[in-house]
Design a protein around this ligand. Structure first.
Ligand code: FAD
Length: 468
């Protein structure tokens, strides 16, 4: 009796529904598997930083399996073929995995299921990506939601599942001779490189971050702290939620513990605001599940007809953080150097690319996926479509002024100077003016603004009116 647990974006053993289900089967052997799928690795929505982060998680997961008596096997190739081969080589009669919401992942999983079942192998998928399955939340008319606020109201009212137990012991197989497994590849083996100083990966680090955020004032002060990119006001858990080094039920339980400990209404609001972000994550999963076309096109038909500019020079300036708008440039440098960007800044740079440079949001979406270590189709696409006025936002016309945003959210210019050290020495007024004197720019090899925000936003609005 052998069960394979196929790991994909659940790179942990704690609070893992697929592993818990398999642990409950008496006397069965359990083997973990992870497949490096060239179709994913070669896509233009994946970058070296993200893969490096993932490899760190996998290294730790391999050790975790060994520590509880089993093994995590690494395979390379097409998943249907690899899993069929692995199941036959191990004599496995079950394959368990935690489900995904991305259209390509769903198609792949359906193909795997069909092929394995045709060979007499039982296949089971579990809910793990969110607290609730994407189809567990519906309007009274049994329709999917398209607007966040009613989704949130429904989501928050639903009882939340408890974390699954961490398995203490698994029964591994006596030998793996017949299996064409590979050892954990290096980044170079997978033909990636990156120049980012990425965050620490793995399950232990995820739990440390969760505790640090929820046991401290972090979560209690979240409502005030989350919008100031110079402050450590958010959890930094996104790459861990992306790769599942922490279970979402474990995350929820930490918010309940925090909530039980506080008395003041203000602090409860901090916790509730953070839960709203967890619900945003699930809202974007929900809509991607029901409207898979979001992955390829603007949701609003009007925006499918919008005339974007082809402008490689502007795009490159945006990517490199050389637009002459310090808040935009600081944010892009943070992304390029660390693989992470503060949420406020993601909104600012996305608005700038689409509303100031009039460049198609899909170019920005792709660049983010190549650079972010938390790059996640549902959240990233949702964020980009929201910023580009092309998504489900009921108030779609939002244009951020990069100058007003900097004044409001980085009033001391602290964040700007952290990422643009060449601007040190300027007065605060110069930094936040949106118009650094040209001689100062020249001296510092920093560009003057490549576009005029007021002119460009008018242009955007005109084109928006034109496309009916
Ligand atoms: P916290 O503020 O501590 O929030 C906790 C968790 O909630 C996050 O880790 C994340 O999983 C989730 N979350 C928070 N805000 C959002 C949101 N607006 N939408 C969906 N989930 C959210 N998030 C990603 O995880 N991957 C992406 O690829 C991604 N791309 C984005 C692109 C754009 C243009 C925008 C505007 C936002 C994007 N976000 C993305 C959402 C958000 O910026 C990040 O989740 C957040 O900055 C991560 O930091 P944190 O873990 O400290 O978040």
């Amino acid at each position: 009796d052998v069960t394979i647990v196929w790991h994909r974006r659940d790179l942990r053993i704690d609070d893992n529904p697929a592993l818990e289900a398999v642990s409950q089967i008496a006397d069965g052997c359990v083997v973990g598997a992870f497949i490096f799928d060239p179709a994913i690795l070669k896509s233009d929505m994946v970058g070296g930083g993200m893969v490096d982060f993932m490899l760190g998680c996998l290294q730790e997961l391999e050790q975790s399996y060994a520590a509880i008596g089993s093994k995590l096997l690494f395979l390379y190739g097409e998943p249907v073929e690899r899993l069929l081969h692995l199941s036959q080589a191990l004599g496995a009669n079950r394959v368990f995995f935690n489900q995904d919401v991305e259209p390509l992942a769903i198609a792949r999983d359906n193909a795997v299921k069909a092929a394995l079942q045709a060979n007499g192998i039982e296949v089971r998928g579990f809910i793990d990506i969110g607290l609730h399955a994407p189809d567990a939340i519906a309007t009274q008319a049994h329709e999917p939601y398209k607007v966040y606020t009613p989704f949130w109201r429904n989501w928050i009212d639903k009882p939340k599942p408890a974390p699954c137990d961490r398995p203490q012991k698994l029964l591994g197989l006596p030998n793996y001779d017949k299996v064409a497994a590979i050892s954990l590849p290096s980044l170079k083996d997978l033909e990636f490189s990156h120049a980012q100083a990425i965050a620490k990966s793995g399950e232990a680090e995820a739990l440390r971050l969760l505790e640090a955020f929820c046991d401290s004032n972090g979560i209690l002060r979240y409502k005030e702290g989350r919008d100031f990119p110079a402050e450590p006001g958010t959890s930094m858990l996104s790459p861990h939620l992306r790769f599942g080094t922490v279970g979402i039920r474990r995350v929820w339980a930490a918010t309940v513990t925090a909530s039980d400990r506080v008395r003041s209404n203000e602090e409860q609001i901090g916790i509730q605001t953070w839960r709203q972000e967890l619900a945003w994550r699930e809202f974007y999963q929900h809509v991607l599940f029901y409207f898979p076309q979001l992955a390829d096109t603007a949701y609003r038909p009007k925006m499918q007809r919008f005339e974007w500019d082809e402008n490689p020079t502007y795009f490159e300036a945006w990517c490199e953080g050389r637009t002459g708008y310090p808040m935009v440039d600081a944010a892009m440098r943070q992304l390029n150097q660390t693989g992470w960007m503060h949420n406020r800044c993601r909104m600012i740079v996305a608005s700038f690319l689409t509303k100031d440079l009039l460049i198609n949001w899909q170019q920005g979406e792709r660049y983010f996926m190549q650079k972010l270590i938390d790059g996640d189709l549902a959240a990233n696409n949702g964020g980009w479509q929201w910023s580009a006025s092309s998504g489900m936002d009921p108030k779609p016309m939002r244009i951020f002024s990069p100058i007003a945003q900097a004044r409001k959210y980085d009033p001391e210019g602290e964040y700007i100077l952290q990422w643009l050290p060449e601007l040190r020495g300027l007065t605060q007024a110069e930094l936040l003016s949106g118009n650094i004197p040209p001689h100062q720019c020249k001296k510092r090899n920093y560009p003057t603004p490549i576009v005029d925000h007021n002119i460009q936003q008018k242009k955007f609005k005109e084109r928006y009116q034109e496309c009916t």
